[in-house]
Design a protein around this ligand. Structure first.
Ligand code: ME8
Length: 671
């Protein structure tokens, strides 16, 4: 069981420029863990902030022709604005130019000095101003910093040194004794192997510029920006209220892989020297790369602005993409095609579709009122929440947020399958209906609660539409609650720009970016003959004219519902590119689309006056039918009845004769 409090931090960003995708990614990852901790009732403190001192900031301010303080003040507003927009739920925002930070950084320095761990020396080396660190000759690649691809500057100066070498063995022992101290293992092994080699003392002061914290005993020097910055994790706990006794040691420092050494060796060394406990974990994420696998960097012209993605989709879509698409602790390629694909399939077709159909069914069948939770046996038997909740948090505790979301999506899909199986649009018994739709809303209540750490706005919208409150996870075990369900608005609508992009010929999109509906080839057919299948009681064997010159043989499971003579001459909609199969000895090339109605009837969808052979479309989706469609590909594009019309993601299916109508209840599926 997790402890009752949780302190989590991120790296504090350099505000020398505007925030980028990597900054946004890191804060969203940490936010997921902060929110997941709060959901389980842990007292949580979440800190982010800015690293405002050092040569890099001084140079950027000089270039802008303003004072360093004015420069960082302006940038701080931009960073804070982005993080608020992204719904990063930080409890505090530390800026290292604040006096509350200065006073602790000086204090920490004094403690280390009093311990005898600081001495004056002379340093000469290759300095990367972008990293704000000296690089050893082995770290240089072609004489340049490998991270920033820039030449280093040779710096030669007198400075104060911290005896980091003294703590090498103690740090190594700590890492060895605490397997969770560094996540993932790959990074832990990297540090352990570096600790086998020599650990040099660290130059911790600068005297060639003054934008920093002056040393208490030698104000000609300012603290080296990293010695200064690392102490933010503690300084922020001291003022305005001293909450250090509650929240130190920190449970999780979230950082990127480029600053691993600072957090797992230098910071522990400083804390050991000054007599503080070590943090419990350093979580190291990978880099966001461009689609070709290069780090996003301004000088490479390959950066994608997080705000652009937010404008085009939404905050929650970006958050979901970060958390689901990139494996925890690994580098990940940022691909708009992948984002688009997930938007359609996982968000639109899995989650959005479930919310829409459950809300509509509760409206039409129960007038909007439903009781949820308590001892609903349908929910407990068919969609048991406990297992999913446990797996979700087990993955979160193991810092595998992408896996936590995969667990959640298994549940979302299971809920969709449940709705298909139980087909509430066909149920007329009030008690059964209340139980089945209560289970549907109950499943969405579980989903909304688990979704909140990743997609807070979406979770709120689901809760608001279905009429329950979001609260701690334990609420799910409480007594039954009444819910008043509202009319659902599409949560992941087709985007305007996408309609335009895809409306034109060609579309110009890569294959990963094909909407699941585009892959379907639904054509109008006419049944020319119908006979019983020789070896399957439920099947007819149909000959269907699809305007191809030759009729197709298609097996259809309609014998329980219709007579052969009712079918002959009738127009139907056929999924024409379904992979051909042989059903008990009879070939079948396609599927007749039908819908089930509340009176138990299963009827083929009538395409009205559409022409035989005509392709059925949805506005804005450029057809790109697959040659041989699998059944699972078909299931990725759910077709639902809404107000008597067959729809795909709230858009009507059309032929040249207009919308495709269907005499079945709202929420019924077409398959
Ligand atoms: O390093 N992908 O600040 P910073 C993912 N001030 N993460 C990335 C990234 C990318 N492409 N680029 C950067 C600093 N990051 C110091 C931290 S902490 C006491 C001081 C991550 O603005 C990077 O790994 O350069 C770091 O964790 C964070 O963004 C801030 O980077």
């Amino acid at each position: 069981m997790p402890g009752d409090r949780f302190y989590i931090t991120t790296a504090i960003d350099y505000p020398n420029s505007v925030p980028h995708m990597g900054h946004a990614y890191e804060k969203v990852v940490a936010d997921f863990y902060a929110r997941a901790a709060r959901a389980r009732g842990r007292r949580t403190h979440f800190l982010i902030g800015l690293d405002e001192h050092g040569q890099k900031i001084q140079e950027a301010a000089d270039k802008a022709g303003v004072s360093a303080q004015a420069f960082v003040d302006e940038k701080a507003g931009i960073f804070e604005h982005l993080y608020q927009l992204l719904e990063v739920s930080n409890d505090d925002f530390i800026r290292t130019s604040e006096e509350r930070h200065h006073s602790f950084a000086r204090d920490l320095y004094s403690k280390v000095r009093d311990r005898g761990d600081i001495y004056k020396g002379f340093y000469e080396g290759d300095y990367c101003i972008s990293c704000e660190k000296f690089l050893t000759p082995t770290e240089l690649v072609d004489g340049k910093c490998p991270i920033h691809d820039r030449p280093t500057t040779v710096i030669r100066e007198e400075s104060y040194f911290f005896r980091l070498s003294k703590y090498r063995d103690q740090i190594r022992q700590h890492i060895e004794a605490n397997p969770d101290f560094i996540f993932p293992d790959e990074r832990r092994n990297e540090i352990l192997s570096r600790l086998d080699g020599e650990v040099r003392d660290l130059s911790i002061s600068r005297s060639t510029f003054d934008w920093g914290i002056p040393l208490p005993d030698d104000p000609e020097h300012v603290l080296y920006v990293w010695f200064d910055a690392l102490s933010n994790y503690y300084s922020a706990l001291l003022q305005p209220n001293d909450i250090s006794a509650d929240f130190w040691p920190c449970d999780c420092h979230v950082i990127g892989k480029d600053i691993l050494w600072f957090h797992t060796v230098i910071w522990p060394g400083m804390l050991l020297s000054a007599g503080y406990e070590l943090p419990r974990q350093v979580y190291v994420h990978g880099f966001i790369l461009d689609k070709d696998g290069r780090k996003m960097a301004k000088h490479l012209g390959n950066v994608v602005d997080p705000l652009e993605v937010v404008r085009e989709y939404s905050v929650d879509v970006l958050r979901y993409y970060f958390l689901r698409s990139f494996s925890s602790g690994k580098d990940g390629k940022f691909s708009m095609a992948d984002l688009e694909e997930r938007y359609h399939s996982e968000l639109g077709n899995d989650l959005g579709n479930l919310v829409m159909r459950v809300a509509k069914l509760v409206q039409t069948k129960l007038g909007g009122a439903v009781e949820v939770g308590g001892d609903n046996a349908e929910l407990a038997d068919r969609l048991p929440p406990r297992q999913t909740v446990e797996r979700f948090f087990r993955a979160a505790d193991a810092r595998e947020h992408n896996r936590a979301l995969e667990e959640l999506w298994e549940y979302v899909r299971a809920a969709n399958v449940y709705m298909n199986d139980r087909a509430p649009w066909r149920i007329n018994d009030p008690a059964e209906l209340a139980a089945v739709l209560g289970a549907g809303v109950g499943a969405l209540r579980v989903i909304a609660h688990l979704l909140e750490p990743a997609m807070p706005e979406t979770a709120r919208r689901v809760a608001d539409t279905l009429g329950f409150a979001l609260g701690p996870i334990d609420d799910l075990d409480g007594p039954a609650i009444p819910c008043q369900v509202k009319v659902a608005e599409p949560m992941f609508p087709r985007r305007e720009s996408e309609k335009k992009e895809r409306g034109g010929k060609g579309g110009g999109k890569s294959s990963g970016d094909v909407d699941p509906f585009a892959k379907l080839e639904i054509r109008v057919g006419r049944i020319e003959s119908a006979g019983d299948h020789p070896d399957a009681d439920q099947l007819f064997v149909l000959a269907v004219d699809l305007g191809e010159g030759e009729n197709r043989s298609i097996c259809a499971g309609l014998r329980e519902h219709l007579k052969a003579e009712d079918l002959i001459g009738r127009k139907v909609m056929v999924l024409a590119n379904l992979k051909p199969a042989v059903l008990r000895g009879v070939p079948s090339a396609g599927m007749v689309l039908a819908s089930d109605r509340s009176d138990g009837a299963v009827i083929p969808v009538d395409p009205g006056n559409a022409e035989v052979g005509e392709l059925i479309t949805v506005e804005g989706i450029e057809p790109a039918p697959k040659k041989k469609l699998s059944k699972s590909n078909f299931e990725k594009a759910p077709l639902l009845v809404a107000n008597g019309v067959v729809t795909y993601r709230d858009q009507p299916l059309r032929s040249s004769a207009g919308e495709i109508r269907c005499d079945a209840e709202d929420g019924a599926t077409v398959r």
